[in-house]
Design a protein around this ligand. Structure first.
Ligand SMILES: Cc1cc2nc3c(=O)[nH]c(=O)nc-3n(C[C@H](O)[C@H](O)[C@H](O)COP(=O)(O)O)c2cc1C
Length: 321
């Protein structure tokens, strides 16, 4: 049974950590999956299909992961079907549960090369990519896209073609390419797509947490959370779960330890800083500590600051969340 069937066979909504470049590495995915009790599916940040195909060192660096992350889907971008297949085979050989194709990134440098959102308007190529992967991999192929280029009129037709080409699930961010991140996400066209395809469709855009997603999802197979998970891996838990102060600090420590183990201390210190800012966002009275964590240079220094934070009188910490 593949990961999608293991949700749908139990009638369980699919709840996912969305792909986020610069955030969804092995350490963050593991932390989210652990906090969620193994009940979600985690998507990686996007990686270049060409990069994985040409550079075995990149593959080793980004595809090695902890089985605790499973089910794990690696997202890739590019636009050459044969290269996608090669990258897909490599991903499969690293023991991941799925391959997701990025057909939604609006960044100019990505679209200019025909990648990301560029594939929404190069339909033949998009379908060839899905098809070659679906025909030759044993793990499911999924697609993440947007409502459309400048409107949602073609979403149903596009989604049906993806299904026909062999996609086993489609995620739709409820904004168009032209909107980038402006305005509110519109889920109505996503509901319409789900009415017209048999495979599960995930809604994405402006979901704060599990309860918010459950309210929004209506006829969909599930939902994805991106920004809501930053500094808040508890967002995947029911009943608006709020961690205790100590739980928060323990997760911050584990996140850092996992980063050090996977990327080495120097890189970990640089990359963990933005996560720490998110973890402590909205707490009054920790400004000094937040500043120190934003320039940490070693694991032991981080541990000392976290220890100091654990000794604070939490009754005086107010959250504005
Ligand atoms: C920092 C950041 C990086 C992102 N990187 C990716 C990416 O690599 N692949 C992708 O498909 N979407 C990416 N996205 C888009 C998110 O997956 C998601 O579609 C979008 O943020 C809307 O969901 P949200 O309202 O829950 O944040 C990124 C978003 C953010 C904020």
């Amino acid at each position: 049974m593949n990961w999608i069937e293991s949700f749908t066979s139990k009638n369980k909504p699919i709840v996912a950590l969305a792909p986020m470049d610069g955030y969804c590495d092995s350490a963050f995915r593991a932390v989210c999956q652990k906090v969620a009790g193994g009940n979600i599916v985690v998507f990686s940040e996007f990686y270049s299909a060409d990069g994985l195909h040409h550079n075995p060192l990149l593959a080793k660096r980004v595809l090695v992961h902890d089985p605790i992350e499973h089910p794990l889907v690696f997202q890739i971008f590019g636009n050459t079907p044969e290269i996608f297949l090669s990258a897909g085979k490599i991903i499969e050989s690293y023991g991941a549960q799925g391959v997701d194709i990025n057909m939604g990134c609006p960044a100019k440098k990505v679209v200019k090369c025909g990648y990301g959102s560029g594939l929404m308007v190069d339909r033949d190529r998009a379908m060839k990519i899905v098809n070659i992967l679906a025909e030759n991999l044993s793990i499911p192929v999924t697609v993440k896209t947007r409502l459309g280029w400048n409107g949602s009129d073609e979403l149903v037709e596009f989604g049906q073609a993806l299904e026909q080409a062999g996609a086993k699930l489609i995620t739709v961010h409820g904004r168009t390419y032209q909107q980038e991140y402006t305005g509110n996400a519109n889920w109505e066209p996503i509901f319409e797509l789900q009415k017209n395809v048999k495979i599960p469709v995930l809604g994405n855009g402006d979901c704060k947490n599990y309860e918010d997603g459950m309210k929004k999802k209506w006829n969909l197979g599930g939902f994805m959370i991106a920004r809501g998970s930053l500094g808040n891996p508890w967002c995947f838990l029911p009943e608006n779960y709020e961690p205790t102060w100590q739980e928060r600090l323990d997760v911050m420590r584990e996140h850092m330890e996992r980063m050090v183990a996977t990327k080495g201390e120097n890189r970990a210190c640089l990359e963990i800083r933005k996560h720490f800012t998110h973890y402590l966002h909205g707490f009054e009275g920790v400004k000094e500590y937040r500043k120190r964590l934003a320039v940490v240079t070693s694991l032991s220094e981080t541990e000392n600051i976290l220890k100091e934070l654990s000794e604070l009188d939490v009754l005086h910490l107010e959250t504005h969340k």
